[in-house]
Every structure is written in C-alpha cells, then in structure tokens.
Design a protein around this ligand. Structure first.
Ligand code: 6PG
Length: 476
C-alpha cells in the first residue's frame, strides 16, 4: 500500500481533484466504475504526479495506506450510497470515507452515523469552484470528526486555493456541518447571481444599453467594493457574441434558469430553522418563475404594457445607484446566509466559526469576493454579532447605499421591471430597522379568530381578549 489518499469517481470533478492531489506531491489511488476513465486519466495526465490506478474497488482499497482516506466523487443521492455500500465491507476501523459531492447535509448526517457504527469516519465535504477550482485550488469545507481532519487537513489545506498565505479550507464541524455550509454557499451563489441579473436588467432597461456596454460597467465595478469572481464572469458573458447569429450571446440563450437543487435545499432548511433568507428564497423562486413558460406567455398577452416608459436622465447617477443597490442587497443576502449558518450550527451543535467560514470563501469558490475579508473581520471582532448588517463596514456601506437602493427599486416598480431580490432585500432591511412592525396586528387577528393569545408591551404573560364577548382581556 503506497497511496496516501484515493479518489473513486473520475468524472471531471473527481479527475481534476485527483490531478490536483498528484500535482501537490501526494500519491493518489484512482478508481472508476468503468475502467476506461481511469485509463484515460493515466494516459493523459499520468506524468503530472504519482497515481496508483486500480480497476477493481478491492485493489483500489488495498493500494491505500492506513488509515485509508477514500474520496467519493460521484452523483449525490443514490449513486453515493451505492459506492458507500460497496466500499464499507472493504475498509477497516479508523478508515475515512470522504464524500466530496453536493450531498444534502441530512444525508451526510445519516451516513456519518451509519459509518460510525462500523468504526469508520465519514466526512461530508463541500467543494466549490467547479472544474477549474478542483484542478487549481478549490474552497474545501470538510465536516466530520476531529480525528479524520488530523489526516485530511494537511492534504486538503495544501490542494485548496490560498489567499494571503491562508488555505481556503478548514474543519467546519462534526458530521453534516461541511455540507450544510456548502449548501448555504450555494444559496448565496443563487442570490448573488439573481442580484447580478437584476442589475443587468435594470441597466439594460434604464440606459437602453447593449450587453457589451453593460459588460464594461461590470468590468468597472469589478475594480471596486463589488470585486468578485461572479462580477468578473458576468462581464465576460455579457461581452460574448454568438458566433452563429452575430447577436449578443445573452440574447440567444433561453431565459429559463435551471437548478440542481442546492438553492432549494437552502430555502427548505431555512424555513425549518425559522431564518428569513429572503434574498436566497427570491432568487430560487425567480429561477422557478422563469421556467413557467405557459404562465409567462399568458400573462404577457393579458398585460402587454404594465409599466411606464423608463426615462433615465442622469446616466452616471443611475449606474452608481444600481451599483449601490446591488452592494446593499448583496450584503443582505450574506447577512441572511450567515444567520442561517449560525442557526444550523446551534440546532445541530456544530460550533461553526462564522469568521473562519468567511475566510475559506475568499478564494477558490464561486462566491469568492473581496468583501469576504470584511465578513471575517466583522465576526472576528464580535462573534455574537446580531446581524452582519450592523458591523461597522457593512453598516456604512448600507447607509451610504440606502437612497440609491430606494430610487432603483421605486423606479423599477414604476417602469414594471421585476426586481424580486433587490426589492425584497430592501423590504427586509426596512423591516429589521422598523420601530414597530404590523406583526402586532397579526397577533390580534390570530387571537380574534383562534384565541391564539398575544403578549403585551407593558406586562409579562400571555393574554386573550374575549372578542365574541364583552371585549375584556383575560390572562391566558
Ligand atoms: C460550486 C457550485 C456547484 C453547483 C453549481 C450548479 O460551488 O462549485 O455551487 O457546486 O453545483 O453551481 O448549481 P445549480 O445547477 O443548482 O445552479
């Protein structure tokens, strides 16, 4: 046995992860259900490092040093369970099974418990950064036991993206913590992309600008506070021309956004935990809405001219307004995402370090952005921060952005341009800072029709008003 770590599942993510490990000096056992993939990896990239190929799972396991560390990189769900079932009988106590797919954290918790019963470590690990990230340095979010991290940490920290000498990998917490954090990462990714898409739509409508012109605006934004991977590739995609038609690429793509489900999982989990992640939810629903072609067609015919003609007088101010609205809404999305991680951490006893999580998203992952440094600083300075929105840098950015944010949302509403994420983020901000919320009326209504009781501002206890009687109040 010579290999320090193994990868089974050599589709593009697994293959690139294996190459990354080999290029970093690790001896990597590689295996794939159909051996052709293993052979082509060795034929094409065998010279990049030390690979130990196997055509059977038994040989693969035998080629690993103990305690064995096996990375599974197959489709989430059934295929992952199938590989685990095959692998477990071949492993020995103390061995480590690492699932680097986009698994649901509840599945990871279930698998971790099951494998613990066999004396094995199961490490659900979030990996972000797509194919390129897997090869050149992803952001890695491992869950699982401390013991497993003692073996995996030095390996993962070496192959991860590095920012200012710090690896974009850290032990997130026990069992499903890593996959939970990756799930929220993807939810934030949905929100980020929806906000970018709304900003583009606003610029296009307000300025009557071409996608290529808007690409330049995004390029410019990428030099400032908004600097991020997604803003950068937005400029690339908008600047791209379709070869077949000569039209802007973005105009020939069907406007129905798909999803593999991690955004939906994030929203489902947030509902369970009672955390309002409105930005992520709106982004997820916006994708669903875009796919309802029949309803869109019917509504388009029924309401051909819903808005006023958009007239932007001062182009420069408008572009700056959209930029600030985007930044403020993005801050809301991240604030909500980190609230969600904190709630998950409390619910499942994971003890997740929020600042540390921000640290490993600074590089490698899809949502990597300059302002993640600010998030780390905010939670490092005050771990119990009630919301990211009130941390000094974010509070200043949002305060400076509020007038722009209101103008953009109001103008968009007047012109009939949909901004679900921009406007719901503004509503979230206003609700959070409101002196009084109409929730009091909701409580009154609940008490009226269902005697659900309410609490008072001036006295402790629960109360009920005899709505159908003499309107007197009784202590419940
Ligand atoms: C990443 C991404 C990745 C995700 C894709 C597609 O961090 O590298 O989040 O894991 O699978 O972005 O997601 P959707 O198909 O749901 O958009």
């Amino acid at each position: 046995a010579t290999a320090q770590i193994g990868v089974t599942g050599l589709a593009v993510m697994g293959r690139n992860l294996a190459r990354n490990l080999a290029r970093n000096g690790f001896t990597v056992a590689v295996h794939n259900r159909s051996p052709q993939r293993t052979r082509s990896l060795i034929a094409e990239h065998g010279d990049e490092g030390a690979f130990v190929p196997s055509e059977s799972l038994t040989d693969f396991v035998a080629s690993l040093e103990r305690p064995r560390a096996v990375i599974i990189m197959v489709k989430a769900g059934g295929p992952t369970d199938a590989v685990i079932d095959e692998l477990v009988p071949l492993l020995e106590e103390g061995d480590i099974v690492v699932d680097c797919g986009n698994a649901h954290f509840a599945d990871t918790r279930r698998r971790e418990e099951a494998l613990r019963g066999h004396g094995l470590h199961f490490v659900g690990t979030g990996v972000s950064g797509g194919e390129e990230g897997a090869l050149h340095g992803p952001s890695i979010m491992p869950g699982g036991s401390d013991e497993s991290y003692a073996k995996l940490g030095p390996i993962f920290e070496k192959i991860a993206a590095q920012v200012d000498g710090t690896p974009c990998c850290r032990h997130i917490g026990p069992d499903g913590a890593g996959h939970f954090v990756k799930m929220v990462h993807n939810g934030i990714e949905y929100a980020d992309m929806q906000l970018i898409a709304e900003a583009y739509d606003l610029l296009r409508a307000g300025l009557s600008a071409s996608p290529a012109e808007i690409a330049e605006i995004f390029r410019d934004w990428n030099g400032g506070e908004l600097e991020s991977f997604l803003i950068g590739i937005t400029a690339d995609v908008l600047a791209h021309t379709d070869a077949a038609t000569g039209r802007p690429f973005v105009d020939v793509v069907l406007d129905q956004a798909e999803q593999k489900g991690t955004g939906r999982w994030t929203v489902q989990s947030a509902l369970d935990l009672g955390i309002p992640i409105t930005g992520i939810a709106e982004a997820t629903f916006a994708r669903s809405l875009s796919g309802h072609a029949d309803q869109r067609e019917a509504a388009r015919r029924a309401f051909p001219d819903a808005g006023e003609k958009w007239q932007v007088d001062d182009r420069e101010t408008f572009v700056e307004d959209v930029r600030r609205a985007l930044l403020s809404s993005k801050i809301v999305a991240y604030a909500q995402g980190f609230d969600h991680i904190r709630a998950g951490s409390r619910e499942y006893d994971w003890n997740i370090d929020l600042g540390g999580t921000a640290t490993i998203w600074r590089g490698g992952c899809i949502i990597r952005a300059r302002f993640l440094d600010r998030i780390r600083e905010a939670y490092d300075a005050e771990p119990e921060l009630p919301t990211l929105l009130v941390a000094p840098w974010f509070a200043d950015a949002v305060s400076a952005g509020v007038p722009s944010w209101r103008r953009v949302v109001a103008d968009a509403a007047r012109a009939g341009v949909p901004t679900p994420a921009f406007s719901s983020s503004l509503a979230y901000f206003d609700a959070l800072r409101a002196e009084r919320l109409p929730a009091a009326l909701i409580q009154g209504l609940r008490d009226d029709f269902g005697a659900h009781t309410y609490r008072r501002v001036d006295r402790d206890g629960s109360f009920h008003t005899l709505w159908a009687g003499d309107l007197s109040e009784v202590e419940a």
